[in-house]
Design a protein around this ligand. Structure first.
Ligand code: APR
Length: 239
């Protein structure tokens, strides 16, 4: 389907970073096979055992220096380049969309490369070697330096940028989901909002997700293989 001139929203999940070597969450080799969400991805876990939470995220932050964007990321950057109106929303906390060339990325679940001051709530990029150790770190924004936390939306916390996200999803004419299992809300409901507002909904995923019936068009396979081909088609008028 030809997309030039249309308002397009893309929502990505862990599946688009899988071919870069970053583990997904719910595949059989996913992160939630080895760690329980309650232990490492909730505010309660941070209160009860901050060291374990901190080490879980520091390991994932260190990995950012070892991975590269894959063709799924570069294809989505090409789509942004080729369209006048694209909003890229990601559930992913890695920086591979940006490193793959995407200029505007809405991180609804936070980001690994920034850390957040627990006192002021301000966040800043902290990716030097000294920032990647397993000891706790402090902020640079308070007179009395305060402990910083991962700048991640944990389960039970409000996702970020939701007003901007709902505005874009309600107004879009095409809504594409790539690499997400459709397990986690409110992200998993965005396709239904788009559909209710008349958008054409497109899925690119390795297997049928939870919210499979909400899609008009389904492409099953690897995002790194499918997206480069699909983006060419979406941008060429003779498709
Ligand atoms: N290409 C396309 N899809 C893939 C690939 C691939 N190479 N590899 C895996 N997938 C698909 C899987 O089939 C699965 O449907 O990507 C999806 C990954 O699902 P999850 O692991 O549940 O990741 P995601 O949907 O992003 O999880 C959402 O849950 O734990 C929270 O905050 C975390 O942002 C995350 C949220």
């Amino acid at each position: 389907m030809f997309m030039k001139g249309k308002r397009v929203v893309v929502l990505t999940g862990a599946g688009v970073s899988a071919e870069s070597g970053i583990r997904t969450f719910r595949d059989n080799d996913g992160l939630w096979e080895d760690y329980s969400i309650e232990d490492v991805a909730t505010p309660q876990a941070w209160q009860a055992n901050p060291g374990r939470v901190w080490e879980f995220y520091q390991a994932r932050r260190r990995q950012l220096h070892e991975v590269e964007p894959n063709p799924a990321h570069t294809a989505l950057a090409a789509l942004e380049e080729g369209l006048d109106d694209l909003t890229l929303i990601t559930q992913n906390v890695d920086n591979l969309h940006e490193r793959g060339g995407s200029r505007q990325v809405v991180h609804m679940h936070g980001q690994l490369e920034t850390l957040r001051c627990e006192n002021s709530g301000r966040h800043e990029v902290r990716m030097n070697d000294a920032d990647l150790i397993d000891e706790f770190l402090v902020c640079t924004c308070c007179a009395e330096p305060q402990r910083v936390r991962p700048d991640i939306v944990w389960f039970g916390e409000m996702p970020m940028h939701m007003e901007e996200i709902y505005t874009a999803v309600e107004a879009c004419e095409v809504f594409i989901v790539a690499g997400s299992s459709g397990h986690v809300y409110p992200a998993a409901n965005l396709v239904n909002i788009a559909h209710a507002n008349g958008a054409r909904t497109v899925l690119v995923n390795a297997e049928p997700p939870q919210n499979f019936e909400s899609f008009d068009e389904v492409h099953l396979g690897k995002a790194g293989e499918l997206l480069p081909v699909l983006v060419k088609e979406w941008l060429s008028s003779d498709a």
